[in-house]
Design a protein around this ligand. Structure first.
Ligand code: NAD
Length: 443
């Protein structure tokens, strides 16, 4: 099938590559000329396991193409995916300007029936907005054409995006037109063979499903962080509590890790957006507000530990930071805990020596102008001459480090661990002072 994808980000690029891999003819459109040019040269703008060969092979085979020419994009596919960003507006609600811009573009250039599939995470009611923007544009052109607007939210996880799209747990389709379902079944058939993963519903429910999923996951994290704060004050170890509750299948072990707060491009913005949606209809979402408040406070835990240990004034101090990405296996630093940590340390006069296996370019892009950030080539180099080690991301390569080397490299053997990677007893025996999340008397 001929498919067009607007927006070559984490969602658009991965989805496009996966659709091309199974044989569809995919054209990706983005407004970012440099991104499009780089892709044509084989330079992939994001780190995602397995993505580079997939993009290269399908580009070389001619099934995956990139362009900034929106008209060409609209003419190409019967299926028109919208996969552009929906960043938070000033008040936290989802900013739909990129989504409506694409809707306008499609209506501007279409000359036959189009199926517009919304992959971006958008508030309930957005399909109606897309429809009216498109209809206004068609009216202004004075042409009569039909189109469908479908909600088809994306559930991929950064860091596992390719395999999530290749083997989706569910394909949520929100539509008010039965005829579209058949086209979507054909499009997704290669991913839907083992059993039927397609969940059909009305458009509003599909739009809300995406927010409900992300808000549920954010709630699990904030709940565990709340328990970790209690554990810390009560002399309990949240890691033992986690194992104790995870053994109940109604709770499960997934996604109940305490830590220094959730980040990324989705949870913070989607929790906020649903709070704003609730407000807009006069409903006070107390639970979601608490989820956000707990997370904001959690991001301040590591800076608070550091100040407890070294005092409020950190002038002249340098900290090694392991982990800049908001989670492992990605280079994405949007809303990452590391950013709150670094900005708080800098405000108190400290310098940061950081290492991340994948997010160094991104850190350079965001903070390259700062003289109080040194980006180091290895995790060992980041330790040299520092006053303490701080861990913000649970990369595999941080899990079993050379503790003797850490001790030798630091001025003081102190570790501030935002991901509870180490056993407190063992690490204390090695002579470290160890600050972790919710580990009671160990700190
Ligand atoms: P992103 O910021 O990585 O990419 C968005 C792309 O859209 C950019 O390349 C941008 O240049 C492009 N763009 C903006 N306006 C455009 C226009 N008019 N025409 C063509 N391209 C345009 O965003 P992302 O992380 O891929 O997220 C996209 C959407 O998917 C968001 O709504 C997000 O909430 C949702 N989502 C993201 C994830 C994730 O893990 N990143 C997962 C599921 C859903």
């Amino acid at each position: 099938m001929k498919v067009t994808v607007f927006g070559i980000g984490y969602v658009g690029l991965v989805q496009a590559a996966v659709l091309a891999e199974v044989g569809h003819d995919v054209l990706c459109i983005d407004v970012d000329e440099a991104k499009v040019e780089n892709l044509k040269q084989g330079l992939i703008p994001i780190f995602e396991p397995g993505l580079t060969p997939l993009v290269m092979q399908n580009y070389e085979a001619g099934r995956l193409n990139f362009s900034t020419n929106a008209e060409e994009g609209v003419k190409h596919g019967v299926m028109q995916f919208i996969a552009v960003g929906t960043p938070p507006d000033e008040d936290g609600s989802a900013d739909l300007k990129y989504v409506t811009a694409v809707a306008r573009t499609i209506a501007q250039y279409m000359d036959e029936h189009k199926v517009v599939l919304d992959k971006s995470t958008v508030p309930v009611g957005t399909a109606d907005k897309v429809r009216s923007v498109m209809q206004e544009t068609l009216n202004a052109r004075g042409v009569e054409l039909t189109f469908d607007v479908v909600s088809n939210p994306e559930f991929l996880k950064e860091g596992a995006a390719v395999s999530d799209c290749m083997r989706p747990e569910r394909i949520v389709v929100g539509t008010d037109n039965e005829d579209v379902v058949d086209l979507l079944r054909e499009l997704y058939e290669p991913f839907n063979r083992n059993h039927d993963r397609m969940i059909l519903m009305d458009i509003r429910s599909a739009e809300l499903t995406k927010y409900a999923a992300n808000c549920m996951l954010a709630t699990k994290i904030s709940f565990m962080n709340e328990i970790s704060n209690l554990a810390e004050r009560l002399g309990a170890d949240v890691e033992k509590v986690r194992q104790g509750i995870g053994s109940d299948p109604r709770i499960g072990y997934h996604f109940i890790y305490p830590g220094c707060g959730y980040g990324g491009s989705c949870f913070p913005k989607d929790v906020q957006a649903l709070i704003r949606t609730a407000e807009s209809i006069g409903y006070n979402s107390r639970l979601l507000q608490a989820v956000e408040d707990v997370n904001d406070a959690q991001k301040m835990k590591l800076p608070a530990f550091i100040k407890r240990h070294f005092g409020e004034d950190l002038k002249g101090k340098t900290f090694a930071l392991w982990g800049l990405a908001f989670k492992p296996n990605t280079d994405d630093m949007r809303e990452a805990s590391s950013r709150v940590l670094m900005e708080t340390l800098w405000a108190a006069g400290a310098t940061v020596q950081a290492f991340d296996p994948e997010a160094m370019d991104e850190a350079q892009r965001i903070y390259g102008h700062r003289s109080d950030l040194r980006l180091m080539g290895t995790k060992e180099a980041a330790l040299q001459g520092c006053d303490g080690l701080v861990i913000c991301t649970e990369w595999q390569s941080f899990r079993a480090p050379d503790f003797d080397l850490i001790k030798k490299s630091l001025k003081q053997p102190v570790i501030f661990d935002g991901r509870n990677l180490y056993d407190p007893e063992r690490i204390n025996k090695r002579g470290f002072t160890y600050y972790a999340i919710g580990r009671g008397e160990s700190i």
